[in-house]
Design a protein around this ligand. Structure first.
Ligand code: 7PM
Length: 276
């Protein structure tokens, strides 16, 4: 029942799964040369797969709060060669972290298995493109845009607002032809939320699980962890694991992280205990 198809691969999501983050923005690898970037991306992918990742999530648009937007062609040029190279060499589910319809289509042709859109397919043509790929989608909640989303986000009723938004997107996407079983949801930790909002959403993960959707959580090294611990980005691993452990107990099954090995081990032990 909880097997999900990602193109030509399937994953049993009754087990927790780790999604390794692969950034292919220019600032993510020290030198700008194209060959070196591809090489570094492949080495990082190999490492994350050896560490037990089930997905590799490739993103070429910096969605960091306040980041400038990336041109479409530039995003395609960054992401597509990496999708192609990974698909050729490794047996994994490739997720594309994008809101760009053309990239969804091209990535699927080159072997991608999941569309991960922080804008929940709101861009013009995105729903249609996702339908054409036939792939599952991850719909994430964001308040505002990456440029302005941290400007004092206000919610009338946080959980109800996020739930209403996500269910509205589910309805749109289902009406366009994507099956309910191919939709995963994500509360969008850090996307237009205060610490309090983020914590409440994580605590309420079960609400979305009860609606019958697989939940993906992306909290790795985010500001919320830094705020709770007063820790810099490099000091947020233990805190990230705490947040993910909490979400696991509330039913989330896909964890998007930078630090794959520690999460695979933590989730393996937690799952073993919960299933005993
Ligand atoms: C710079 C800062 C670059 C922050 C990227 C980010 C999520 C996501 C991101 C998430 C899903 C990050 C973000 N976050 N996709 N993409 N859920 N589904 O911190 O939470 O990784 S980008």
């Amino acid at each position: 029942m909880s097997v999900m198809k990602f193109g030509d691969k399937s994953l049993d999501l009754s087990l927790p799964r780790v999604m390794g983050i692969l950034n292919v923005t220019p600032d993510s690898f020290s030198d700008g040369g194209k060959h070196n970037t591809l090489d570094a991306a492949l080495r990082q992918t190999e490492q994350m797969l050896n560490d037990g990742a089930s997905f590799i999530d490739i993103g070429g648009e910096s969605t960091r709060p306040g980041a400038v937007s990336v041109g479409e062609q530039e995003e395609l040029d960054r992401v597509l060669p990496v999708v192609e190279a990974i698909a050729k060499r490794f047996d994994t589910v490739i997720s594309v972290d994008t809101s760009t319809p053309l990239l969804m289509l091209e990535a699927q042709r080159l072997g991608a298995g999941l569309i991960n859109d922080v804008r929940a397919l709101e861009r013009d043509g995105a729903v249609e493109a996702a339908v054409k790929t036939g792939l599952p989608v991850c719909l994430m909640h964001m308040r505002g845009t990456p440029q302005d989303m941290q400007n004092a986000p206000i919610y009338d009723e946080l959980i109800a607002d996020v739930e209403r938004y996500l269910l509205d997107r589910v309805a749109v996407v289902e009406a366009a032809g994507i099956k309910r079983e191919q939709i995963m949801l994500d509360p969008g930790i850090g996307f237009g939320k205060t610490l309090h909002h983020n914590a409440s959403l994580l605590k309420q993960t079960g609400r979305f699980v009860d609606l019958g959707f697989e939940m993906l959580i992306g909290v790795s090294r985010k500001t919320m962890i830094g705020e709770i611990l007063d820790a810099s980005v490099e000091e947020r691993l233990s805190g990230t694991m705490g947040a993910n452990a909490s979400a696991y107990l509330k039913g989330a099954r896909i964890f998007r992280v930078h630090d794959v090995r520690p999460h695979v081990e933590m989730l393996k032990v937690m799952h073993h205990i919960e299933e005993s």
